[in-house]
Design a protein around this ligand. Structure first.
Ligand SMILES: C[S@@+](CC[C@H](N)C(=O)[O-])C[C@H]1O[C@@H](n2cnc3c(N)ncnc32)[C@H](O)[C@@H]1O
Length: 331
């Protein structure tokens, strides 16, 4: 089947890697057929795609019905679609359309008319709570029409913004980015966060059903993380008070994946010898994960000098005094 991922416009390269990493995690074979701007089109060899609900930086996923060019004549393209393969009279539907770099305006209406005509006006539209949604996307002259794959509410990410959590820190990572970091780590079973902070990463990992483990050197962060996890209904976790350098002794094992946002040096415990602290903590991290590790920092760090393999570094500006660098690492 052919799928279209409509990726986040603000973090497009990370969003793309999130999709690919998730497909790899679940052993789905794929072939990329188009990869431009926010559009990622893939052929996949499976229809078992429930795991796609994990995605944080994809706006929506479509099961592609047609892929064409408007030059081919839009009425002709629409009249060739066998809508009964995608919609049915017992269900309600809605049409949405997106245009980018295109002067073509009435795509939504044309698709809706084509569907109504096909079903001889017997199919019911429901604009507020449809059972099925058809999307048309026009990028320049490229036209893609697909049926939206049902998703869990993306709006819930907004309810988990750092400032809405009971325990809050202004440097905490946006939940969509935290989710993408977890997916890029290819975790399927569990995640460890070595610098738990407010628990932003662990909340996202817990909500997708992973086992979660955390460690933080400050008691208030450990208590705050537990409060935040409980606030979002997560009851199974293991959060320890301690130093990231001692993680192997404290848990007595390594972990499938590590996802963390390292301290940036604002706390007094970090300031004294930050370079030494980074070196020692990251060396311990190298021995504590099996698959991949994703580490956020406020600078590019030479992880390769410690023995990591640096797969990619994603850089993005959080605000005027903070640029975050996400290091995707393996061994
Ligand atoms: C989540 S991280 C980073 C968040 C954000 N980047 C920042 O700088 O505030 C910050 C956390 O790391 C913790 N921390 C600092 N040094 C640590 C260490 N050696 N082991 C474990 N946790 C540590 C701090 O207590 C703090 O809660």
């Amino acid at each position: 089947m052919k799928l279209l991922f409509f990726l986040s416009g603000s973090y497009t390269p990370l969003a793309r890697e999130e999709v690919i990493s998730l497909l790899d995690t679940y052993d789905i074979k794929y072939e990329i057929t188009y990869n431009e701007g926010q559009l990622l089109l893939l052929n996949v060899n499976s229809s078992e795609l429930d795991f796609l609900f994990r995605l944080g930086l994809t706006h929506f996923v479509l099961n592609v019905i047609i892929e064409s060019y408007i030059d081919d004549g839009i009425e002709k393209i629409l009249s060739d679609i066998e809508w009964s393969s995608y919609l049915n009279l017992d269900r309600t539907f809605k049409v949405r359309a997106k245009h980018k770099d295109s002067s073509f305006e009435n795509l939504e209406l044309l698709i809706a008319k084509s569907i109504s005509k096909y079903f001889r006006d017997k199919i019911k539209a429901d604009l507020s709570n449809p059972m099925d949604e058809i999307n048309g996307i026009l990028y320049g002259k490229r036209l893609i029409i697909g049926k939206k794959i049902p998703e869990r509410s993306k709006k819930d990410f907004n309810k988990r913004k750092p400032q809405l959590r009971p325990f809050f820190s202004p440097t905490s990572i946006d939940p969509r980015i935290a989710r993408a970091m977890i997916n890029v780590s290819q975790a399927q079973k569990e995640v460890l966060d070595d610098f738990t902070g407010t628990g932003g990463i662990l909340i996202e990992a817990g909500l997708i059903g992973l086992d979660i483990y955390g460690i933080d050197i400050e008691e208030k962060s450990v208590i705050g993380t537990i409060t935040n996890l409980s606030n979002y209904g997560i009851s199974k976790f293991d959060i320890k008070l301690g130093d990231a350098r001692e993680v192997l002794d404290m848990f007595e094992r390594s972990f499938e994946s590590i996802v963390t946002d390292a301290p940036y040096g604002r706390s007094t415990k970090v300031d004294k010898d930050k370079d030494k602290m980074y070196r020692e903590c990251f060396t311990t991290i190298l021995d504590s994960f099996e698959k991949r590790c994703v580490i956020g920092l406020n600078m590019e760090y030479p992880f390769d000098e410690l023995g990591f393999y640096i797969e990619t570094i994603y850089k993005f500006r959080v605000h005027k005094s903070l640029t975050r660098y996400l290091h995707v690492l393996s061994k």
